[in-house]
Design a protein around this ligand. Sequence first.
Ligand code: FES
Length: 102
Amino acid sequence: MAAIVTVKFTVNGAAVQTESTRGKTLLTVLREELGLSGTRNGCGVGQCGSCTVIVDGAVRRACTVRSEDLGDTRIETIEGVSPDGTALHPVQHAFIDEGGLH
Ligand code: FES
């Protein structure tokens, strides 16, 4: 039976608590538990960069980060880059322009 791990962290400024099986990736938590589907699953092995997020100010590939290693971290996703949420950030425009939504 897989161990369940409770982890608290912040995503786009909101406090989050998850109970995940050990080894579950940040990518899975963002997409399946938090509904943040802007973080894409391309290769799933850390090579394509489509799952890129910012963790404590550092660029990370969410498919390579285990959820149990997230304690007290601050995570920013593509959904959170617009300062006020009313206008698209240049990164969001580039995401759309380059077909990152497919
Ligand atoms: S999905 Fe390709 S690097 Fe994470």
